[in-house]
Design a protein around this ligand. Structure first.
Ligand code: KIV
Length: 306
């Protein structure tokens, strides 16, 4: 785990590391909790400097950085590697590792072992898992093993096919009641926080009155204690379709393409590198080197002479 700095080195005052207790205090004080995803060292440094409270190494990495069509293919080894890189860039936010599809569903033993990997190998502070049902038992087992767990209900991308695709959940009274039951069950086994994804704002508003732990929303309206967005969505790092709940705060993809194109054209027209990008050598050293080249007639040698 990285050491706590006394300042960020970028003129931003250092903050105390965010703890689970602190998130509870923020909820009680009505102070909004800011959570974003990060998947590598640069995105972690951005999260740190932006002063967010919670960083999730989401299994959305499968789509945002690994180029898959869904979150399903990413595995524990990849997640542990990404989370370790994020850890090296963070001092302050609480770091949550997202248990990927297939890493926790089959048994409590799998769930605990993989949660432990995030803590031991990546230095995460907590893990997240999706859904109610059997996941409630897995959450209980992980909590009992001493690892904080964040729940995730509503649209759960790992099982989007079973939910009828990437669409809002809890739009009927029965469906909303199922989400309420899942959230309350996750809370009852000790989850320290619950994410609500793509659930109607008014449903979430009613439900949040009955939830004691900090709630985090994504496409769930303003009533939750905090909000989460995917790093690549909010900064416009990728193009293409984004969910209704995404707000773009920057358009970095276009800016990156512009930079790479300018580099390519400067290389082609030989205006890069300029003299300021090169290293100097003393004139007498250069002269001596030229004499050496002339005397040795290097070009005349075959590679086999060396
Ligand atoms: O994987 C992810 O990025 C997530 C968030 C959207 C909550 O689960």
């Amino acid at each position: 785990m990285s050491t706590v700095r006394t300042d960020t080195g970028h003129g931003t005052p250092a903050r105390e590391p965010v703890t689970i207790q602190k998130l509870g205090e923020m909820k009680l004080a009505g102070e909004p909790i800011v959570m974003i995803t990060a998947y590598d060292h640069p995105s972690a440094l951005v999260a740190e400097e932006a002063g967010v409270d919670v960083v999730l190494v989401g299994d959305s990495a499968a789509m945002t950085v690994l180029g898959h069509d869904s979150t399903v293919p990413v595995g524990m080894d990849e997640m542990v590697m990404l989370a370790s890189a994020v850890r090296r860039g963070l001092d302050t936010p609480l770091l949550v590792g997202d248990l990927p599809f297939g890493s926790y569903e089959a048994s409590n033993e799998d769930a605990v072992a993989n949660a432990q990997r995030f803590i031991k190998e990546s230095g995460c502070n907590a893990v997240k898992l999706e859904r109610g049902g059997a996941s409630v038992d897995r959450a209980r087992a992980i909590v009992r093993a001493g690892i904080p767990v964040m729940g995730h209900v509503g649209l759960t991308p790992q099982t989007a096919d079973a939910l009828g695709g990437y669409k809002a959940q809890g739009r009927s009274a029965d469906a909303a009641a199922r989400i309420a039951e899942e959230a309350l069950a996750l809370q009852s086994v000790g989850c320290f926080s619950i994410v609500f994804e793509a659930v109607p704002s008014e449903v979430v508003e009613e439900l949040c009155r009955h939830i004691d732990v900090p709630t985090i929303g994504i496409g769930a309206g303003p009533a939750t204690d905090g909000q989460v967005l995917v790093f690549h969505d909010l900064l416009g790092i990728h193009t293409g379709h984004t969910a209704k709940f995404v707000k773009r705060y920057a358009n970095l993809h276009d800016e990156m393409v512009r930079g790479a194109r300018t580099y390519a054209s400067e290389v082609r027209e030989r205006s890069f590198p300029g003299p300021e990008h090169g290293y100097a050598v003393e004139p007498e050293e250069l002269e001596a080197f030229k004499e050496y080249l002339a005397a040795e007639s290097l070009a005349a040698r075959s590679p086999w002479d060396w």
